[in-house]
Write a protein of this length. Structure first.
Length: 388
């Protein structure tokens, strides 16, 4: 776990410490899954595993509610190079039942900007055919993104796992509303910027997202309103999860372990880890009372699945909803990746009140509209059916 410490540890040591605010702190809690069912199993096994997800995840989250009355949310980032219509249909069904959403995950290597653009455009259409992804106010398809092998914007030191130095621009041009890849530590693709929400400006060089401009309340772009930044195709919003040293879990009882917001069977979510995530204080500058905790996992792995659908996650949800819901100090909001970004933009634009009201601030899930349209079509077909 010492790898890449030289990249991010100085920023961690010399960072400005987050100071908890007086009054109520709102916590946006987001689970992002690098979900790769065909990497571990053949299709038949993957379908069985998805049926298990459908049944057990819905059962688990039914008992827990946040301060908005929402059950725990989940975001699948599906590897579009492994597209399978049956698997996507099953995942869309899981999303409809549980309130989860699905975004784009991609592994590629030695790619070109033009081919990447074509790949993403095809992926959007394929996922949209299942009612997935989201739309902006103009009805354009939008998506969140996680890069396979952590190599966003050709950031691997050896040039592996990507090949496109202008990837941020390609992502923006094809409708990506934010990237959720970081943190990648201990991988060498880790950025110098940590524990941040920021705009990365694309350059001809690789790893343009290594640094960027923090998202701020009432931030202006070239003298214009804050909202204009979202329309710039040379910039991309980067949503990072917590990255820190964990002194409560020491190696050899001496060295701290690295907390990289990854949920695994051997490192499940715990109250101790939650305290570390909160201390990183990831927020829109000027809005320190709205904190964002974005975690990641690989939920298709059998070992991690046992953690996510079993007692470790159940105990964690119990702790979350017992200690952070309906009290004088905290408000808890379970959010998808899309909802998190909407709330980030609401904070950026200076919106006040309960952050949960901004879940659809800029981007609306197509899943709800798709389901409603299907029901409407079905009812019309039923009304037109001949009687016997």
């Amino acid at each position: 776990m010492n790898r890449s410490l030289d990249i991010w540890l100085p920023a961690y040591v010399f960072r400005r410490r987050y100071r908890p605010v007086e009054g109520v702190t709102h916590i946006m809690f987001c689970l992002c899954d690098h979900f790769e069912p065909l990497q571990m199993l053949e299709k038949a096994g993957a379908m069985v595993r998805l049926e298990l997800w459908k049944r057990q995840w819905s059962q688990m989250i039914e008992s827990y509610r946040d301060d908005d009355g929402h059950r725990p949310r989940y975001t699948f980032f599906y590897p579009v190079e492994q597209y399978d219509s049956d698997i996507l249909a099953k995942l869309a069904d899981i999303c409809r039942i549980s309130g989860a959403e699905l975004e784009i995950h991609l592994h590629h290597d030695r790619d070109t900007a033009e081919n990447l653009k074509q790949t993403l455009e095809r992926a959007k259409e394929m996922l949209a055919s299942h009612g997935l992804l989201s739309e902006d106010r103009q009805g354009r398809l939008r998506y969140g993104f996680i890069h396979g092998d952590w190599a966003l914007d050709n950031s691997h030191p050896q040039g592996l796992g990507c090949g496109v130095n202008t990837e941020l621009t390609v992502l923006s041009e094809t409708g990506c509303y934010a990237d959720f890849t970081m943190p990648s530590a201990p991988h060498p693709t880790q950025t110098h910027t940590i524990n941040s929400l920021y705009y990365a400006e694309d350059t001809p060089a690789p790893k343009s997202h290594d640094r960027g401009k923090p998202v701020r309340v009432h931030q202006s772009v070239d003298g214009g309103p804050a909202g204009q930044r979202a329309s710039r195709t040379d910039q991309l919003l980067i949503v990072q999860g917590p990255l820190a040293l964990n002194w409560e879990q020491r190696k050899y009882k001496l060295l701290p372990r690295v907390e990289n917001s990854d949920l695994t069977e051997i490192n499940p979510p715990t109250p101790e880890r939650l305290r570390i995530w909160l201390r990183q204080g990831i927020h829109v500058e000027g809005r320190p009372d709205w904190l964002f905790i974005k975690l990641h996992t690989h939920g298709a792995k059998p070992s991690n699945l046992r953690m996510l659908l079993g007692e470790p996650m159940r105990q964690f949800f119990e702790h979350l909803t017992t200690h952070y819901v309906r009290n004088d100090r905290y408000r808890l909001h379970f959010v998808t990746a899309r909802e998190l970004v909407n709330i980030v933009h609401a904070a950026e634009d200076g919106c006040d009140g309960e952050p949960g009201q901004y879940r659809d601030y800029r981007y609306r899930s197509r899943l709800k509209a798709y389901a409603a349209n299907k029901d409407l079509i079905a009812s019309k077909v039923g009304n037109l059916a001949p009687t016997r």
